[in-house]
Design a protein around this ligand. Structure first.
Ligand code: FPP
Length: 267
């Protein structure tokens, strides 16, 4: 395959894949309710269609070499929704886990659910435990589903696991998020949000410190592989500097004689 090298921001497309895909892709799946309402259907139907999009995106993320895929399925603030909608979502998660675990095994996907479990029903907790056990050996991709998840609460929970009196490093906290069952390494490389809103909504706050963020107007139930391809193509043209400077020679004006080239350190 011919690989075209382009400068970031010049709008030219490179054939996929030209650079490594993100190690960790995180997705805020928004727009199920609007998808249904626009069709005169109950919101729960939008969530069911959203589950079909989850299957599509899990499959394409695995095929495209994503190492970790984290999907925001239910935030700690979503408990504020009407009881019937919450019940429909919980039921959907339970059925998804029961139905998809075998497909995950067949595709080498390790499934984990992150977030609080103490407010979930026993049947859902049992389905989570079973799905995690069944898929534990998957090595092709880790699929994390965030249920009853809050990024701020995750940080508080992780901090409580750290030894008292010893100032933690960033890596310590990242590891503690993993031990607390509410996120953890690797840090997010690419964060996608569908549904036209431009918010992070308390998702993976610590892990997304240097994530590239892609927003799409597409409603989640309509999302499919070409959307992921577009986001990955965009990601492949990002210049990730992590606070440093571009790895290109810079021209500086020095008092001794005008412009000269000098190396600049990349971060
Ligand atoms: C936000 O859209 C979406 C949710 C709160 C639920 C996400 C759930 C799914 C994608 C379905 C199933 C998931 C799994 C893992 C099986 P919204 O309902 O707030 O949409 P709106 O902004 O249009 O109202």
């Amino acid at each position: 395959m011919r690989i075209e090298r382009t400068r970031p921001g010049d709008g030219a497309k490179r054939p996929y894949p030209s650079v490594a895909p993100p190690r960790h892709l995180a997705v805020i799946m928004d727009g199920n309710g609007r998808w249904a309402t626009r069709r005169g259907l109950p919101r729960a139907v939008g969530h069911r269609e959203g589950a079909k999009a989850v299957r599509r995106i899990v499959e394409s993320a695995r095929r495209r070499g994503i190492g970790t895929l984290t999907l925001f399925a239910f935030s700690a603030d979503n408990w504020k929704r009407p009881e019937a909608e919450v019940a429909a979502l919980m039921n959907l998660f339970e059925r998804y886990l029961a139905g998809e675990a075998r497909r995950c095994v067949a595709n080498g996907i390790r499934l984990r659910v992150i977030g609080r479990r103490d407010r979930l029903g026993p049947a859902l907790v049992a389905a989570i435990t079973a799905a995690e056990a069944l898929t534990a050996d998957g090595e092709a991709m880790e699929l994390r589903i965030a249920v009853d998840y809050s990024g701020r609460d995750a940080i508080l929970t992780a901090v409580a696991l750290l030894p008292c009196g010893i100032p933690p490093t960033r890596q310590d906290l990242l590891a503690a998020l993993g031990r607390a069952g509410c996120g953890g390494p690797p840090e997010v490389d690419l964060l996608l949000r569908t549904g036209g809103e431009h918010r992070i909504s308390d998702f993976l706050l610590w892990e997304s410190a240097y994530a590239e963020v892609w927003f799409s107007d597409r409603l989640w139930p309509d999302v499919a592989d070409p959307d992921l391809a577009e986001a990955l193509d965009w990601f492949s043209r990002r210049e990730r500097r992590f606070g440093g400077l571009p790895p290109t020679p810079a021209v500086s004006l020095v008092a001794s004689g005008g412009p000269r080239e000098e190396p600049v350190h990349a971060a």
